[in-house]
Design a protein around this ligand. Structure first.
Ligand code: NAD
Ligand code: UFG
Length: 342
Protein backbone atom coordinates (compact mmCIF):
# COMPACT_ATOMS: atom_id res chain seq x y z
CA UNK A 1 0.00 0.00 0.00
CA UNK A 2 1.38 3.40 -1.01
CA UNK A 3 1.58 6.17 1.57
CA UNK A 4 2.63 9.72 0.73
CA UNK A 5 4.67 11.40 3.49
CA UNK A 6 5.09 15.15 3.06
CA UNK A 7 8.01 16.55 5.04
CA UNK A 8 9.38 12.99 5.17
CA UNK A 9 13.03 13.99 5.43
CA UNK A 10 12.27 16.17 8.48
CA UNK A 11 12.67 15.19 12.12
CA UNK A 12 9.37 13.44 12.86
CA UNK A 13 8.71 12.53 9.21
CA UNK A 14 11.95 10.56 8.81
CA UNK A 15 11.28 8.51 11.95
CA UNK A 16 7.75 7.83 10.72
CA UNK A 17 9.03 6.71 7.31
CA UNK A 18 11.08 4.05 9.10
CA UNK A 19 8.05 2.79 11.02
CA UNK A 20 5.97 2.75 7.82
CA UNK A 21 8.61 0.79 5.90
CA UNK A 22 9.01 -1.64 8.77
CA UNK A 23 5.23 -2.14 8.79
CA UNK A 24 5.35 -3.01 5.05
CA UNK A 25 4.06 0.23 3.50
CA UNK A 26 5.55 1.64 0.31
CA UNK A 27 6.61 5.19 1.12
CA UNK A 28 6.81 8.18 -1.20
CA UNK A 29 8.28 11.36 0.28
CA UNK A 30 7.77 14.92 -0.88
CA UNK A 31 10.09 17.46 0.74
CA UNK A 32 11.67 20.68 -0.50
CA UNK A 33 14.57 20.27 1.96
CA UNK A 34 13.91 23.76 3.36
CA UNK A 35 14.57 22.37 6.85
CA UNK A 36 16.18 18.99 6.25
CA UNK A 37 19.02 17.29 4.48
CA UNK A 38 18.97 14.74 1.64
CA UNK A 39 21.44 12.55 3.59
CA UNK A 40 18.56 11.61 5.87
CA UNK A 41 17.60 9.13 3.13
CA UNK A 42 20.91 7.29 3.69
CA UNK A 43 20.14 7.11 7.41
CA UNK A 44 16.72 5.62 6.64
CA UNK A 45 18.32 3.11 4.27
CA UNK A 46 20.89 2.11 6.91
CA UNK A 47 18.10 1.31 9.36
CA UNK A 48 15.52 -0.36 7.09
CA UNK A 49 17.58 -1.50 4.09
CA UNK A 50 15.23 0.44 1.80
CA UNK A 51 15.31 3.87 0.18
CA UNK A 52 11.89 5.53 0.07
CA UNK A 53 10.88 7.18 -3.20
CA UNK A 54 11.81 10.86 -2.89
CA UNK A 55 10.56 13.89 -4.83
CA UNK A 56 11.97 17.32 -4.05
CA UNK A 57 9.59 20.23 -4.53
CA UNK A 58 7.56 22.83 -2.69
CA UNK A 59 4.00 21.68 -2.00
CA UNK A 60 2.89 25.29 -2.29
CA UNK A 61 3.56 24.94 -6.02
CA UNK A 62 0.29 23.67 -7.47
CA UNK A 63 1.74 22.70 -10.86
CA UNK A 64 4.48 20.61 -9.22
CA UNK A 65 1.79 18.90 -7.16
CA UNK A 66 -0.21 18.15 -10.31
CA UNK A 67 2.85 16.65 -11.97
CA UNK A 68 3.53 14.55 -8.89
CA UNK A 69 0.02 13.11 -8.66
CA UNK A 70 0.00 12.36 -12.40
CA UNK A 71 3.26 10.43 -11.96
CA UNK A 72 2.31 8.46 -8.82
CA UNK A 73 -1.04 6.69 -9.02
CA UNK A 74 -2.65 4.52 -6.37
CA UNK A 75 -1.69 6.46 -3.23
CA UNK A 76 -3.99 5.31 -0.41
CA UNK A 77 -3.15 7.76 2.35
CA UNK A 78 -1.22 10.94 3.09
CA UNK A 79 0.66 11.85 6.26
CA UNK A 80 1.18 15.59 6.17
CA UNK A 81 4.20 16.79 8.18
CA UNK A 82 5.50 19.52 5.86
CA UNK A 83 5.32 22.90 7.57
CA UNK A 84 7.49 25.58 9.12
CA UNK A 85 7.60 25.14 12.89
CA UNK A 86 9.69 27.80 14.66
CA UNK A 87 7.38 29.74 16.98
CA UNK A 88 9.64 32.81 17.35
CA UNK A 89 10.33 33.07 13.63
CA UNK A 90 6.59 32.92 12.95
CA UNK A 91 6.09 36.02 15.11
CA UNK A 92 8.71 37.89 13.05
CA UNK A 93 7.61 36.53 9.66
CA UNK A 94 3.89 35.78 9.96
CA UNK A 95 3.15 35.87 6.22
CA UNK A 96 5.89 33.36 5.51
CA UNK A 97 4.28 30.98 8.02
CA UNK A 98 0.67 31.54 6.93
CA UNK A 99 1.69 31.13 3.29
CA UNK A 100 3.78 27.99 3.67
CA UNK A 101 1.68 26.13 6.22
CA UNK A 102 -1.71 26.99 4.74
CA UNK A 103 -1.09 27.08 0.98
CA UNK A 104 0.67 23.70 1.18
CA UNK A 105 -2.34 22.24 3.00
CA UNK A 106 -4.84 23.77 0.55
CA UNK A 107 -2.90 22.40 -2.42
CA UNK A 108 -2.62 19.00 -0.88
CA UNK A 109 -6.32 18.79 -0.01
CA UNK A 110 -7.20 19.84 -3.54
CA UNK A 111 -5.11 16.98 -4.98
CA UNK A 112 -6.38 14.52 -2.36
CA UNK A 113 -9.92 15.27 -3.55
CA UNK A 114 -9.17 15.08 -7.26
CA UNK A 115 -7.22 11.81 -6.90
CA UNK A 116 -9.74 10.09 -4.66
CA UNK A 117 -7.40 9.66 -1.71
CA UNK A 118 -9.54 9.12 1.37
CA UNK A 119 -7.19 9.12 4.35
CA UNK A 120 -5.16 11.93 5.87
CA UNK A 121 -3.06 12.06 9.02
CA UNK A 122 -2.27 15.63 10.04
CA UNK A 123 0.53 16.95 12.32
CA UNK A 124 -1.03 19.26 14.87
CA UNK A 125 0.26 20.48 18.20
CA UNK A 126 -0.68 20.85 21.86
CA UNK A 127 -0.07 24.55 21.29
CA UNK A 128 -3.78 24.74 20.31
CA UNK A 129 -4.69 24.36 24.02
CA UNK A 130 -2.62 27.37 25.15
CA UNK A 131 -2.38 27.28 28.95
CA UNK A 132 -5.15 24.77 29.76
CA UNK A 133 -7.39 25.49 32.73
CA UNK A 134 -6.96 21.99 34.10
CA UNK A 135 -4.29 19.35 33.69
CA UNK A 136 -3.71 16.82 32.28
CA UNK A 137 -5.31 18.24 29.15
CA UNK A 138 -7.72 16.05 27.17
CA UNK A 139 -8.94 16.52 23.61
CA UNK A 140 -12.21 18.10 24.70
CA UNK A 141 -10.41 21.05 26.33
CA UNK A 142 -11.17 24.29 24.53
CA UNK A 143 -8.87 25.50 21.78
CA UNK A 144 -7.58 28.88 22.98
CA UNK A 145 -6.57 31.95 21.05
CA UNK A 146 -3.22 31.19 19.42
CA UNK A 147 -0.12 32.79 20.95
CA UNK A 148 1.81 32.83 17.65
CA UNK A 149 1.17 32.75 13.90
CA UNK A 150 2.66 29.24 13.92
CA UNK A 151 0.10 28.08 16.50
CA UNK A 152 -2.62 29.80 14.52
CA UNK A 153 -1.67 27.88 11.36
CA UNK A 154 -2.28 24.64 13.29
CA UNK A 155 -5.71 25.83 14.48
CA UNK A 156 -6.73 27.13 11.06
CA UNK A 157 -5.45 23.95 9.39
CA UNK A 158 -7.65 21.80 11.62
CA UNK A 159 -10.64 24.00 10.69
CA UNK A 160 -9.84 23.77 6.96
CA UNK A 161 -9.61 19.99 7.16
CA UNK A 162 -12.87 19.75 9.14
CA UNK A 163 -14.74 21.85 6.57
CA UNK A 164 -13.27 19.82 3.70
CA UNK A 165 -14.41 16.59 5.29
CA UNK A 166 -17.84 18.06 5.92
CA UNK A 167 -18.21 18.79 2.21
CA UNK A 168 -16.62 15.56 0.93
CA UNK A 169 -18.16 12.51 2.46
CA UNK A 170 -15.45 10.00 1.52
CA UNK A 171 -12.56 11.68 3.30
CA UNK A 172 -11.35 11.07 6.84
CA UNK A 173 -8.60 12.67 8.86
CA UNK A 174 -6.90 12.02 12.15
CA UNK A 175 -5.23 15.11 13.56
CA UNK A 176 -2.47 14.28 16.00
CA UNK A 177 -1.71 16.92 18.59
CA UNK A 178 1.92 16.37 19.57
CA UNK A 179 3.27 17.46 22.92
CA UNK A 180 7.09 17.89 23.02
CA UNK A 181 8.87 15.44 20.70
CA UNK A 182 12.45 14.60 21.72
CA UNK A 183 15.13 11.96 21.14
CA UNK A 184 16.39 10.13 18.10
CA UNK A 185 16.28 6.69 16.54
CA UNK A 186 18.04 4.21 18.89
CA UNK A 187 20.09 2.93 15.93
CA UNK A 188 21.63 6.39 15.89
CA UNK A 189 21.53 7.06 12.15
CA UNK A 190 18.79 9.71 12.15
CA UNK A 191 17.73 12.40 14.61
CA UNK A 192 16.87 16.07 14.91
CA UNK A 193 18.92 18.46 12.75
CA UNK A 194 18.19 21.99 13.92
CA UNK A 195 19.58 24.57 11.52
CA UNK A 196 21.52 27.28 13.39
CA UNK A 197 20.87 27.90 17.08
CA UNK A 198 18.25 25.45 18.38
CA UNK A 199 14.96 26.81 19.74
CA UNK A 200 14.06 23.66 21.62
CA UNK A 201 15.35 22.49 24.96
CA UNK A 202 16.81 19.06 24.20
CA UNK A 203 18.91 19.96 21.12
CA UNK A 204 20.17 22.98 23.09
CA UNK A 205 21.19 20.65 25.93
CA UNK A 206 23.00 18.18 23.63
CA UNK A 207 24.80 20.99 21.77
CA UNK A 208 25.87 22.52 25.10
CA UNK A 209 27.16 19.15 26.29
CA UNK A 210 29.10 18.76 23.03
CA UNK A 211 30.65 22.21 23.49
CA UNK A 212 28.92 23.95 20.58
CA UNK A 213 26.98 26.24 22.96
CA UNK A 214 28.70 27.81 25.96
CA UNK A 215 25.82 27.20 28.36
CA UNK A 216 22.14 26.34 28.44
CA UNK A 217 19.88 29.31 28.97
CA UNK A 218 17.10 28.29 31.35
CA UNK A 219 14.25 30.64 30.57
CA UNK A 220 12.86 31.58 33.97
CA UNK A 221 12.87 29.89 37.39
CA UNK A 222 10.08 31.91 38.97
CA UNK A 223 7.09 30.03 37.57
CA UNK A 224 4.49 28.59 39.88
CA UNK A 225 5.92 25.04 39.67
CA UNK A 226 7.77 22.89 42.21
CA UNK A 227 11.24 24.15 41.09
CA UNK A 228 10.14 27.33 39.34
CA UNK A 229 10.85 26.11 35.78
CA UNK A 230 8.25 25.27 33.11
CA UNK A 231 6.73 21.82 32.79
CA UNK A 232 6.25 19.92 29.53
CA UNK A 233 5.26 16.45 28.37
CA UNK A 234 8.30 15.09 26.51
CA UNK A 235 7.40 12.35 24.05
CA UNK A 236 9.99 10.15 22.38
CA UNK A 237 10.07 10.61 18.61
CA UNK A 238 9.96 6.86 17.92
CA UNK A 239 6.89 6.43 20.13
CA UNK A 240 5.36 9.43 18.38
CA UNK A 241 6.10 7.97 14.95
CA UNK A 242 4.44 4.69 15.85
CA UNK A 243 1.23 6.57 16.62
CA UNK A 244 1.04 7.61 12.96
CA UNK A 245 0.94 3.98 11.86
CA UNK A 246 -1.73 3.32 14.49
CA UNK A 247 -3.76 6.29 13.21
CA UNK A 248 -3.46 5.11 9.64
CA UNK A 249 -4.48 1.59 10.57
CA UNK A 250 -7.45 2.88 12.54
CA UNK A 251 -8.76 4.63 9.45
CA UNK A 252 -8.00 1.71 7.12
CA UNK A 253 -9.28 -1.09 9.33
CA UNK A 254 -12.40 0.68 10.51
CA UNK A 255 -12.97 2.02 6.99
CA UNK A 256 -13.42 5.31 8.74
CA UNK A 257 -15.67 7.28 6.49
CA UNK A 258 -16.15 11.00 6.79
CA UNK A 259 -14.63 11.41 10.17
CA UNK A 260 -12.41 14.04 11.78
CA UNK A 261 -10.78 12.89 14.97
CA UNK A 262 -8.14 14.46 17.18
CA UNK A 263 -5.75 12.64 19.49
CA UNK A 264 -3.26 13.90 22.05
CA UNK A 265 0.16 12.33 21.67
CA UNK A 266 2.01 12.68 24.93
CA UNK A 267 3.44 10.47 27.64
CA UNK A 268 1.02 11.87 30.20
CA UNK A 269 3.72 13.03 32.58
CA UNK A 270 5.20 16.50 33.01
CA UNK A 271 8.87 17.24 33.64
CA UNK A 272 10.32 20.63 34.53
CA UNK A 273 13.25 22.13 32.60
CA UNK A 274 15.56 21.49 35.57
CA UNK A 275 14.38 17.88 35.84
CA UNK A 276 15.31 17.36 32.19
CA UNK A 277 18.74 18.91 32.84
CA UNK A 278 19.30 16.68 35.89
CA UNK A 279 18.14 13.58 34.01
CA UNK A 280 20.55 14.36 31.16
CA UNK A 281 23.41 14.76 33.64
CA UNK A 282 22.48 11.46 35.30
CA UNK A 283 22.35 9.36 32.13
CA UNK A 284 25.41 10.86 30.43
CA UNK A 285 27.60 11.65 33.42
CA UNK A 286 28.19 15.11 31.93
CA UNK A 287 27.87 18.23 34.07
CA UNK A 288 25.89 20.77 32.07
CA UNK A 289 26.65 24.47 32.27
CA UNK A 290 23.52 26.55 32.55
CA UNK A 291 22.39 30.05 33.49
CA UNK A 292 19.00 31.18 34.67
CA UNK A 293 17.71 33.92 32.38
CA UNK A 294 14.46 35.85 32.14
CA UNK A 295 11.29 34.13 31.05
CA UNK A 296 10.94 33.54 27.30
CA UNK A 297 7.95 35.56 26.01
CA UNK A 298 4.96 33.40 25.14
CA UNK A 299 6.02 30.34 27.18
CA UNK A 300 3.23 28.36 28.80
CA UNK A 301 3.85 27.58 32.48
CA UNK A 302 2.87 23.94 32.38
CA UNK A 303 1.22 21.52 30.01
CA UNK A 304 0.99 17.75 29.86
CA UNK A 305 -1.35 15.38 28.09
CA UNK A 306 -4.14 13.13 29.05
CA UNK A 307 -3.30 10.48 26.43
CA UNK A 308 -6.09 8.06 27.40
CA UNK A 309 -8.04 8.52 24.17
CA UNK A 310 -4.99 7.59 22.07
CA UNK A 311 -4.16 4.74 24.47
CA UNK A 312 -7.63 3.26 24.11
CA UNK A 313 -8.66 4.00 20.53
CA UNK A 314 -5.30 3.88 18.76
CA UNK A 315 -4.08 1.07 21.00
CA UNK A 316 -0.94 3.17 21.38
CA UNK A 317 1.10 4.21 24.39
CA UNK A 318 4.35 6.08 24.87
CA UNK A 319 6.77 3.61 26.45
CA UNK A 320 10.23 5.17 26.17
CA UNK A 321 11.59 6.67 29.39
CA UNK A 322 12.95 10.21 29.58
CA UNK A 323 16.36 8.61 30.37
CA UNK A 324 16.37 6.67 27.11
CA UNK A 325 15.10 9.58 25.00
CA UNK A 326 17.85 11.84 26.33
CA UNK A 327 20.45 9.13 25.74
CA UNK A 328 19.35 8.63 22.14
CA UNK A 329 19.40 12.41 21.59
CA UNK A 330 22.94 12.53 23.00
CA UNK A 331 24.12 9.53 20.92
CA UNK A 332 22.72 11.20 17.81
CA UNK A 333 24.48 14.49 18.59
CA UNK A 334 27.82 12.68 18.92
CA UNK A 335 27.29 10.56 15.78
CA UNK A 336 26.24 13.53 13.68
CA UNK A 337 29.10 15.79 14.84
CA UNK A 338 31.68 13.08 14.14
CA UNK A 339 30.16 12.56 10.68
CA UNK A 340 30.37 16.30 9.99
CA UNK A 341 34.08 16.30 10.86
CA UNK A 342 34.87 13.30 8.63
P1 NAD B 1 10.92 19.54 10.41
O1 NAD B 1 11.17 20.95 10.04
O2 NAD B 1 12.06 18.72 10.86
O3 NAD B 1 10.22 18.78 9.19
C1 NAD B 1 9.32 19.43 8.30
C2 NAD B 1 9.78 19.09 6.88
O4 NAD B 1 8.89 19.71 5.95
C3 NAD B 1 11.18 19.61 6.56
O5 NAD B 1 11.97 18.53 6.06
C4 NAD B 1 10.97 20.70 5.52
O6 NAD B 1 12.03 20.74 4.59
C5 NAD B 1 9.65 20.26 4.89
N1 NAD B 1 8.83 21.35 4.32
C6 NAD B 1 8.41 22.49 4.95
N2 NAD B 1 7.65 23.21 4.11
C7 NAD B 1 7.57 22.52 2.94
C8 NAD B 1 6.92 22.75 1.70
N3 NAD B 1 6.21 23.86 1.48
N4 NAD B 1 7.06 21.84 0.72
C9 NAD B 1 7.79 20.72 0.91
N5 NAD B 1 8.42 20.43 2.07
C10 NAD B 1 8.31 21.34 3.07
O7 NAD B 1 9.76 19.54 11.51
P2 NAD B 1 9.24 18.37 12.46
O8 NAD B 1 9.70 18.65 13.84
O9 NAD B 1 9.54 17.06 11.86
O10 NAD B 1 7.68 18.67 12.43
C11 NAD B 1 6.82 18.00 11.54
C12 NAD B 1 5.41 18.51 11.74
O11 NAD B 1 5.02 18.34 13.11
C13 NAD B 1 5.22 20.00 11.44
O12 NAD B 1 3.97 20.16 10.82
C14 NAD B 1 5.25 20.64 12.80
O13 NAD B 1 4.52 21.83 12.83
C15 NAD B 1 4.55 19.57 13.63
N6 NAD B 1 4.90 19.65 15.07
C16 NAD B 1 6.21 19.59 15.45
C17 NAD B 1 6.54 19.70 16.80
C18 NAD B 1 7.99 19.67 17.25
O14 NAD B 1 8.26 20.10 18.37
N7 NAD B 1 8.92 19.16 16.45
C19 NAD B 1 5.53 19.85 17.76
C20 NAD B 1 4.20 19.90 17.33
C21 NAD B 1 3.89 19.79 15.98
N1 UFG C 1 13.82 26.14 27.24
C1 UFG C 1 14.91 26.65 27.92
N2 UFG C 1 16.04 26.89 27.20
C2 UFG C 1 16.15 26.64 25.86
C3 UFG C 1 15.02 26.11 25.19
C4 UFG C 1 13.86 25.88 25.91
O1 UFG C 1 14.84 26.89 29.12
O2 UFG C 1 17.19 26.88 25.28
C5 UFG C 1 12.58 25.86 28.00
C6 UFG C 1 11.40 26.68 27.50
O3 UFG C 1 11.37 27.94 28.12
C7 UFG C 1 10.23 25.77 27.88
C8 UFG C 1 10.82 24.35 27.76
O4 UFG C 1 12.23 24.52 27.81
O5 UFG C 1 9.90 25.99 29.20
C9 UFG C 1 10.42 23.67 26.45
O6 UFG C 1 10.74 24.54 25.38
P1 UFG C 1 10.80 24.06 23.87
O7 UFG C 1 11.19 25.24 23.05
O8 UFG C 1 11.64 22.84 23.75
O9 UFG C 1 9.31 23.61 23.57
P2 UFG C 1 7.95 24.43 23.62
O10 UFG C 1 7.08 23.74 24.61
O11 UFG C 1 8.17 25.86 23.82
O12 UFG C 1 7.41 24.28 22.11
C10 UFG C 1 7.42 23.01 21.40
C11 UFG C 1 7.59 23.28 19.92
C12 UFG C 1 6.39 23.99 19.36
C13 UFG C 1 5.14 23.25 19.68
C14 UFG C 1 5.06 22.98 21.15
C15 UFG C 1 3.90 22.12 21.48
O13 UFG C 1 8.75 24.06 19.69
O14 UFG C 1 6.51 24.01 17.95
O15 UFG C 1 6.24 22.32 21.61
O16 UFG C 1 3.91 20.98 20.66
F1 UFG C 1 4.05 23.98 19.30
Amino acid sequence: MKVLVTGGTGYIGSHTVIELQQAGYEVIIIDNLSNSNIEVLDGIHKITGQYPIFEKFDICNSQDCNNFFSKYKGITAVIHFAAYKAVGESVEKPLMYYYNNLVSLLNLLDKILSHNINYLVYSSSCTVYGQPESLPVAENAPVQEAKSPYGNTKQISEEIIKDTIHANKKISCISLRYFNPIGAHPNGFIGELPIGEPNNLVPYITQTAYGIREYLRVFGNNYNTHDGTCIRDYIDVVDLSKAHIAALQRMLVHKNINNFEVFNLGAGKGYSVMEVVQCFEKVTGIRLKYKILNRRPGDIERVYADPQKANARLNWKATTSLDNSLLSAWNWEKYYRKKLNC
